[in-house]
Structures are given as structure tokens and as C-alpha cells.
Design a protein around this ligand. Structure first.
Ligand code: TUI
Length: 313
């Protein structure tokens, strides 16, 4: 399960990507995942170029392994972050929350591998046509900004529609989820929520506690009326959001309630009125571990499951 087209293409030992989580996925977490043999990802999020530049310079002091930069296309600084990826010769760019069409030629010219997150078959086909290297098919179980389809339904449909490698994301936190993703035809997995509780993850302590305390129904979706659905863990902010929705508040009012709330949770530890973005698998996560322990455990479990199934045949 560890030797797939994607691990060969990116020169990594395990086909696992760490989710590019805005405000959270910094050089410390990304280097830990890359040093563990996976693909560490620095998230540009909504940050300005000089902030992201510091993280790119830092990761190069922490690892000589491949890493990726996640460019969040809803960011007002997305153009600058793409320029930065090219200037800094980042090996891999992952894009999310939109179509990276207008950047693809420049990234390819710079020799940067490009892997967009897609929530649908239509976008997957369009991206393949533009010459991207692989795709991340992310289901609605994921934390943060999400699409409509579940991972179980999306991944095999994307796999059937394209010939480039597909990485499954959304709802994967352990070896069982990884094995399921490979059964659906994925060549790799992306894991976000479980890395929130990695020792090397610098998210606020309160955020980690909320993930560890979460149960199956703790995650909810806000923002459907504004067209930017975001999965978070239920708290007072969510209840305020529901109250506003019931009052038929405008999209602007709803967007205003969400502004700045991710930073509030991640940096200040305000998990009451901040956005605690996490996936539906938060309820599975019971313990804090190093990034290397997480990576090793996921693949050991995955291989044991696959062997067990093969033994039944
Ligand atoms: O991007 C994510 N997850 C994120 S970004 C983020 S930061 C944020 N903060 C506040 C509001 C919104 C975002 C938190 N979590 N995941 C990747 C992802 N991409 N999920 C869904 C998509 C996506 C959606 C539409 C990708 C492409 C797309 O294309 C639409 C089009 O242009 O055709």
C-alpha cells in the first residue's frame, strides 16, 4: 500500500498528505510529516506573502524531504502566494477552494508539480485537461471549506473519470479509512483532523482538547446559504450562526459573523466564539502522538487490514 504512483512521483515513503489547514499547517508540522516519510504541507491560508515566506524558509532548515505549499484560492493574496511558490521553487503546490486554471501554465513552466483539490468529477476532468499532475478528491466529511459529495461517492467517480493519480481526502483518520480509500482506487490519502493533535502541531491547546472531546455528531456545517460551506465543531458561534439564519440574515451578515473566527480559535484558543474547523472523524481521535507515530500507525493498521482481507479470499 505504501508504493503507489503518487509516492513514486513525489519521492515520498508513504502516500499520505498532511492537510493544508489555514493558520495551523506551519513549518513545524509539515517538517514533522515530511521527516516521517509523508508529504508535509504548509498552508498559505489567508496569510500575506512575507508570512508564508518565513515558513518556507523555516521548513528548509528542518527537513530536506519534499513538502508542498497549499494555496487557498479564496485568499485575497492567492496571486502573491503563487508568485512566492515560483520564486522559492517549492516542489509541489496544492490548491483548494477554487479553480487554479489561471496559474497552471506558470507553475508548470517553473517545474512545480500541481495537485488541486476537487469536489466534483467535472472539475477533476477540467483539471486533468489543463495538465495537472494528480488530484485530491475531497469529500464533505472533511473539516473547513467543503463540497457536497461524500468521499465514498466522490473518490471512485473521480478515479473512473481521470487517468492521473487520485488522493482521497475527507473522513480518513486511521488505517481503516486509509484501506477503504485504497479500495476505492485512490493512490494516496490526505489526513487533516488527526494531525491537529500531533505533538508538533502548534494549534492552541483548547483546540486540541475540543478535537479529543468530540463525538460522532460534534461537527456541523455553517455557510451553506452564503455558498461557502465550512465544517466546524459545534459551539456558541454555531448557535449564533443558526439564530442569524433563522432570522433570514443576509449573506453579508452571515459572512461577517465568521470573519476572523478561525484565527480566534487557533491562535487565541477561543473555542467558544471561534471556528474550530475539524472533520467528521474528530470523534475517532482519542490520543496525542507525534506525526511519525500517526503516519506509522495508519499504515501498519492499513496493511494489517488488507492482509486480513486477502487471507479470507
Ligand atoms: O480549501 C479547503 N478547505 C479549507 S480552506 C479554509 S480557509 C477558509 N476560511 C473561511 C472561509 C472559507 C475558507 C478552510 N478549509 N479544502 C479544499 C477544498 N476545495 N474543498 C472544496 C474545494 C473546492 C471547491 C470548489 C475546490 C474547487 C472548487 O471549484 C469551484 C470552481 O471554481 O469550479
Amino acid at each position: 500500500m505504501t508504493h503507489t504512483k503518487i509516492s513514486q512521483m513525489l519521492n515520498i515513503n508513504y502516500p499520505i498528505f498532511q492537510g493544508g489547514m489555514a493558520w495551523i499547517s506551519d513549518a513545524d508540522l509539515a517538517a514533522a510529516v515530511s521527516n516521517a516519510g509523508g508529504l508535509g504541507v504548509i498552508a498559505g491560508g489567508n496569510a500575506e506573502k512575507h508570512i508564508v515566506e518565513i515558513q518556507i524558509d523555516k521548513i528548509r532548515t528542518l527537513t530536506d524531504k519534499p513538502f508542498a505549499l497549499n494555496v487557498m484560492l479564496l485568499s485575497p493574496f492567492a496571486d502573491d502566494i503563487i508568485d512566492l511558490a515560483i520564486e522559492k521553487k517549492v516542489p509541489i503546490v496544492i490548491t483548494g477552494a477554487g479553480s487554479p486554471g489561471k496559474y497552471i501554465d506558470r507553475l508548470k513552466e517553473a517545474g512545480i508539480k500541481i495537485i488541486p483539490v476537487v469536489p466534483s468529477v467535472a472539475l477533476a476532468k477540467r483539471m486533468e485537461g489543463l495538465g495537472v499532475d494528480a488530484l485530491i478528491a475531497e469529500g464533505t466529511e472533511a473539516g473547513g471549506h467543503i463540497g457536497e459529495l461524500t468521499t465514498m461517492a466522490l473518490v471512485p467517480q473521480v478515479v473512473d473519470a481521470v487517468s492521473i493519480p487520485v488522493i482521497a481526502a475527507g473522513g480518513i483518520a486511521d488505517g481503516r479509512g486509509a484501506a477503504a480509500a485504497f479500495m476505492l482506487g485512490a493512490e494516496g490519502i490526505q489526513v487533516g483532523t488527526r494531525f491537529l493533535v500531533a505533538h508538533e502541531c502548534n494549534v492552541h491547546r483548547n483546540y486540541k482538547e475540543m478535537v479529543l472531546d468530540a463525538k460522532d455528531t460534534s461537527s456541523v456545517v455553517t455557510g451553506r446559504p452564503t455558498g461557502h460551506p465550512v465544517r466546524i465543531l459545534k459551539n456558541k458561534l454555531y448557535r449564533q450562526y443558526c439564530d442569524l439564519e433563522k432570522k433570514n440574515a443576509s449573506a453579508e451578515e452571515l459572512e461577517a459573523l465568521g470573519a476572523g473566527t478561525l484565527r480566534k480559535a487557533v491562535v487565541e484558543g477561543d473555542v467558544t466564539y471561534g471556528s474550530v474547523m475539524a472533520g467528521q472523524v474528530a470523534g475517532l481521535i482519542q490520543k496525542e502522538q507525534s506525526a511519525a507515530e500517526i503516519v506509522d500507525e495508519i499504515f501498519a493498521e492499513c496493511e494489517a487490514i488488507v492482509k486480513k482481507i486477502a487471507g479470507r479470499a
